[in-house]
Design a protein around this ligand. Structure first.
Ligand code: NAD
Length: 286
């Protein structure tokens, strides 16, 4: 019988990072007279996106980062959207650009993503940044997997030689997560919707990272005793936010586990701030 898992407290670690960032932002303002700025392009009026953007803005202002939401109507044409993006790409006061997904169906995601200035692409949508990730270069990394890596670092969880399963292979979470782990010399398996027996991978793993968007996908029988379990999933069930892991039962067997909410989510926002600050510093040096 294992003792109860260590709770990997993303909210607490995120606050710690926010404090570090606010000190750096203040120093930058005093020394260089510059305030980092994040611009968020928001097309349409999806309520979940709207409340997430409000939260991002609130945390930006807490650490002294300026934020601007470019609110665009649902029916905006692709060319008009690209023109708005271009303005931000060329605005010297904007350091980070985030495009709130999903975009409406008539807009080609790929075209928009390829039009972000890679130097301001703080959530690493652009193929340039993803390519740098493949070769372990120094570029932006998608904020959610970057946040998971930061959580490992802050809890001193070693990755070299560990068997890790990532469940989910999206471009923004699963795939970059797997690449970041490979760059640290973990042995990585990636499961997805067409994997025949996901449990056969997770059961053997020292670390399991789940980003599928399926409540209760990972049950206690799928986890090795003492494993580290990172739940990236965000699902609404009966008005409550839950992850992809059966938290109550898995926490009795795991060695460490993230809660939902309060795990990967707050780390994502912290990384967005960190990358906006990084962009600002790099723009000053160029
Ligand atoms: P997505 O829908 O783009 O991808 C889902 C992935 O899960 C796919 O690779 C799919 O093959 C896989 N999958 C689906 N059902 C599966 C199953 N039964 N077994 C194994 N694999 C399965 O989603 P996404 O954008 O990667 O997001 C995944 C989850 O993470 C969602 O719940 C999302 O809300 C959440 N998310 C959280 C954060 C955060 O900040 N914490 C950020 C991004 C996404």
């Amino acid at each position: 019988m294992s003792k109860e898992a260590v709770l990997l407290d993303g909210s607490a670690k995120s606050k710690e990072i926010q404090e570090e960032i606010s000190i750096e932002v203040e120093n930058l303002r005093k020394k260089a007279g510059v305030i980092p700025k994040l611009a968020i392009i928001f097309v349409g009026n999806d309520p979940a996106s709207e409340s997430y953007i409000k939260l991002q803005q609130k945390i930006c202002s807490k650490v002294g980062i300026e934020s601007e939401v470019v609110d665009l109507p649902e029916e905006i044409s692709q060319n008009e959207l690209l023109a708005e993006l271009d303005k931000l790409n060329n605005d010297d006061e904007v350091n980070g650009i985030l495009i709130q997904m999903p975009l409406p169906d008539h807009i080609e995601n790929d075209k928009v993503i390829r039009s972000i200035n890679p130097a301001k692409d703080v959530d690493a949508f652009h193929p340039y940044n993803i390519g740098e990730l493949v070769i372990d270069g120094d570029a932006y990394v998608p904020c959610t997997p970057e946040g998971v890596m930061e959580l490992f670092k802050r809890y001193d969880i070693k990755l070299r030689g560990k068997d890790v399963t990532v469940v989910g292979h999206s471009n923004i979470v699963g795939k970059p997560m797997a690449l970041l782990l490979l760059n640290e010399n973990a042995t990585v398996s990636v499961c997805h919707i067409d994997t025949e027996d996901t449990a056969s991978y997770t059961k053997e793993s020292d670390i399991v990272i789940v980003a599928a968007g399926v409540p209760n996908l990972i049950t206690v029988d799928m986890i090795k005793e003492g494993a580290i379990v990172i739940d990236v999933g965000i699902n609404e069930v009966d008005g409550e936010i839950v992850g992809d892991v059966d938290f109550e039962n898995v926490k009795e067997k795991a060695g460490a586990i993230t809660p939902v909410p309060g795990g990967a989510g707050p780390m994502t926002i912290a990384m967005l701030l960190k990358d906006t600050l990084k962009s600002c510093k790099e723009m000053l040096n160029n």
